[in-house]
Design a protein around this ligand. Structure first.
Ligand code: IFM
Length: 477
């Protein structure tokens, strides 16, 4: 039934005829949604996002070298149920069918990342031709099907050989990353015109070198600070390399950003929220915009000066064509003596739940206004040309029955978040795209396969794919 017919039927209901429960549910959803893709304009890009380690599998096939996630997930006790990405969604062998599914759900962009160790098994030096060929096949399949390939250079799977030399905490990573970025952009740059340097640098440095819950599993503030600084330099150098090798391309990078609210307006909570904002939201975007590290708000960051070398301040800048935002939850912050230095902590999301709010399978609060707030925050910086929502999505418990997944809760999530994206766009913010995390259910890092984020359900025993109702919803939007 199209929208006009539905509205006609609903007005019949309004004059006293009874409305079926099904129609009533549709009415509810209409009142939340009330938009279609057209409202976002012709230039707005719709896509799905993925990452190499989370979908490819084939961890040791055709010459691929070991990555830090292979090593980390093979250790006992690191991942939920001791799962790993050895097979994952077997995208390495099933990419043709999976890209066909992107087409079937009417998505125009397929965002994926390259596995560095598939191309440089030792991180640098000799190149694995079979690895290069694999991504040629993926790109060519996208192009054949009329889908734009968007490449992320790095989505967390560092070659283990480089981690053995100190990984992101070793300044030599700048040279290794430059060689890798140069090789792949020369290789694919004539076919791929949209590139991103990093995926969520705060996540891979923070969880990998400070919290230790992600690969390489280190817990050391000194290593974390070095990893941050080298990543910030690679972010800008990577931008320069991509621009020089793909001069007609759109060059961007992506950040995980959350709206951060103080628990109350008490000064100590407000200041705690500002420190959290400096660490989680501003640490990577501001240096590339020429603003340096946010030391004034978070004085501890002054210790970064000891790591910096002459010329670094300038080298951290790069004028990206677009900035990617990835938004999943809000942080409500309170003053606390722990963790030290930060003197700020997060109020447990469960405590925020009211009759209006809900939690996802990741324990994250559903807070649609947050995406509007982070878009507004980024749009307010000078030097922002274009914003793309390079990831947004949710894991809820899914049940598959006769090949169908009726994930109404996920559809409602998208309606609410997209409405906020549209609000930002209508207010003149330069937001020009929205990519769903994720095309299909996949390996969710330390959480293993339990959280399902996909528009497409994956049966990990048979590798059977089934489009969820949310996938059909996007197809029809
Ligand atoms: O699965 C991750 C992805 O790799 C990076 N952004 C957040 C997603 C959901 O946690």
């Amino acid at each position: 039934m199209n929208r006009r017919d539905l509205i006609k039927q609903l007005s019949l209901g309004a004059v006293g005829l009874s409305i079926s429960p099904q129609l009533h549910a549709l009415y509810q959803s209409l009142s939340i949604q009330d938009f279609s893709k057209r409202d976002f304009g012709d230039r707005f890009k719709w896509g799905v996002a993925t990452a190499s380690y989370q979908i490819e599998g084939a961890w040791n096939i055709d010459g691929k070298g070991e990555s830090i996630w292979d090593r980390f997930s093979h250790k006992k006790g690191k991942i939920h149920n001791n799962e790993n990405g050895d097979i994952a969604c077997d995208f390495y062998h099933r990419y043709r069918d999976d890209i066909e599914l992107v087409r079937q759900i009417n998505m125009q962009v397929f965002r994926f990342s390259l596995s560095w160790s598939r191309i440089f098994p030792q991180g640098s030096g000799s190149i694995n031709q079979k690895g290069l060929d694999f991504y040629h096949r993926v790109i060519d399949t996208c192009l054949e099907k009329g889908i734009e390939p968007w490449i992320t250079l790095y989505h967390w799977d560092l070659p283990q050989a480089l981690e053995d030399k100190g990984g992101w905490a070793n300044r030599d990573i700048i040279g290794y990353f430059a060689d890798y970025a140069d090789t792949v952009s020369k290789q694919y740059g004539d076919k791929v015109k949209n590139w991103m340097v990093f995926n969520e640098p705060m996540a891979f440095t923070g969880l990998g070198y400070l919290a230790g819950t992600h690969a390489p599993g280190k817990k050391d503030i000194g290593l974390f600070k070095k990893a941050v600084h080298h990543t910030v330099i690679c972010q800008a150098d990577g931008g320069r390399i991509l621009r020089s090798n793909v001069p007609d391309g759109q060059i961007g990078t992506t950040f995980s950003l959350s709206s951060i609210h103080p628990k109350t307006q008490q000064k100590k909570h407000v200041e705690a929220a500002l420190r959290m904002d400096a660490l989680f939201n501003r640490l990577f975007i501001e240096p590339c915009l020429g603003l340096g590290y946010p030391k004034d708000t978070f004085p501890y960051l002054k210790t970064m000066d000891k790591i910096m070398k002459p010329g670094d301040e300038e080298r951290m800048k790069f004028d990206f064509d677009f900035h990617g935002i990835q938004n999943y939850f809000r942080i409500v912050s309170k003053f606390s003596l722990f963790p030290p230095i930060m003197w700020a902590n997060q109020v447990k999301p469960q405590k925020l739940i009211t009759d209006k709010a809900e939690l996802t399978d990741m324990g994250w609060e559903v807070y649609p206004e947050g995406i509007y707030e982070v878009i507004a925050k980024v749009a307010a910086y000078s030097g922002i040309k274009k914003i793309i929502i390079t990831e947004n999505g949710t894991a809820f418990p899914d049940h598959i029955e006769n090949g169908r997944v009726h994930d109404e809760q996920r559809i409602t999530f998208f309606k609410k978040y997209l409405q906020q994206v549209l609000r930002a766009k209508n207010e003149g913010m330069p937001v020009d795209g929205y990519f769903v995390w994720s095309l299909m259910d996949n390996f969710e890092w330390a959480e293993g396969y339990k959280p399902r984020f996909g528009l497409i359900h994956v049966d990990y025993t048979t590798q059977q794919r089934s489009i969820k109702d949310s996938g059909y919803w996007f197809r029809n939007l």
